[in-house]
Design a protein around this ligand. Structure first.
Ligand code: NI
Length: 278
């Protein structure tokens, strides 16, 4: 056995992934419990980690993806979400044990002057205080003040923009690869077991998005509601934060399906109400 080597890029990637998980767990407090419900004591295989950003220099996909490229990841698929005005790319590591990375970005120029102005504030604050090409930028969260009246106005135009404004640069979701679970073989069983434990499944577009014929089926929990303190409110209020996704892949397909991902984005939508029994 060789000694751990600080210069070994794999060690650094492992540490980064551990940091992403640690950040994500704070925004998805039941993630560990979901793992235990579905996978027992065995840690599940992570299919992908998803991040959100804006298409503005210096926080565009290509810029914040730099650390992954240094770790050996390669750019693979490109995706366009016309209605939500988003673009996305996914990245894969040659070692399939590492999760895919899915990064989407808001196409800011397609929005109102109000959204564009808020996006400029975010971008400028990051440019002044952060290093977006640094490996742990995507655990840095938010470095700008937030106001409820701005959040509400963003929400009216883009749920995605409102979420990014509040939570900033953090993993939006982790994804359990259902193919590798030992006693659950399909998404319907995964969803049912979670519902039996009181979890709510995102049912926008049906609980299961995609199909074996497109190579990928996906489902997700609704995002956990976490208290957020806005500068213009006295008390914190609850906002949907992060969610857990579940993916079953077929025929070796390693990409993403736009129609499905479009609905998965809605797992952070404040309009989706969880009616499950506590
Ligand atoms: Ni996803």
């Amino acid at each position: 056995m060789s000694k751990p080597n600080r210069k070994n890029p794999m060690m650094t990637l492992d540490r980064s992934l551990a940091q992403f998980w640690s950040t994500y767990r704070q925004l998805s407090p039941l993630a560990q419990q979901i793992q235990q419900i579905l996978s027992g004591q065995e840690p599940p295989i992570n299919d992908h980690i998803a991040f959100r950003t804006l298409n503005l220099d210096p926080i565009q996909i290509e810029q914040i993806a730099q650390p992954f490229l240094k770790f050996g990841y390669q750019a693979k698929g490109n995706y366009i979400f016309t209605a939500k005005k988003l673009q996305a790319k996914h990245f894969e590591h040659p070692k399939s044990a590492y999760p895919k990375i899915f990064i989407s970005q808001l196409q800011v120029d397609q929005f109102s002057p109000f959204v564009r102005d808020v996006a400029q504030v975010i971008k400028q604050q990051v440019a002044d205080t952060q290093s977006p090409t640094d490996g742990l930028f995507l655990t840095s969260g938010r470095c700008w003040p937030i106001q409820k009246r701005i959040y509400d106005q963003l929400l009216a135009e883009s749920e995605y923009a409102a979420w990014l404004y509040v939570f900033g640069f953090v993993p939006n979701h982790f994804t359990i690869l259902v193919n590798q679970l030992s006693d659950l073989t399909d998404l319907a069983s995964v969803n049912q077991r979670l519902k039996d434990h009181g979890f709510c499944i995102n049912d926008s577009g049906g609980e299961i998005k995609g199909s074996p014929s497109v190579g990928l089926e996906q489902s997700s929990t609704l995002a956990a509601q976490l208290p957020v303190q806005f500068d213009d409110l006295r008390e914190p209020i609850s906002i949907p934060a992060c969610y857990y996704e579940f993916a079953k892949r077929y025929h070796g397909f390693s990409g993403f399906v736009t129609d499905s991902a479009d609905k998965i984005f809605e797992s952070t939508d404040v309009k989706q109400v969880c009616n499950a029994e506590e």
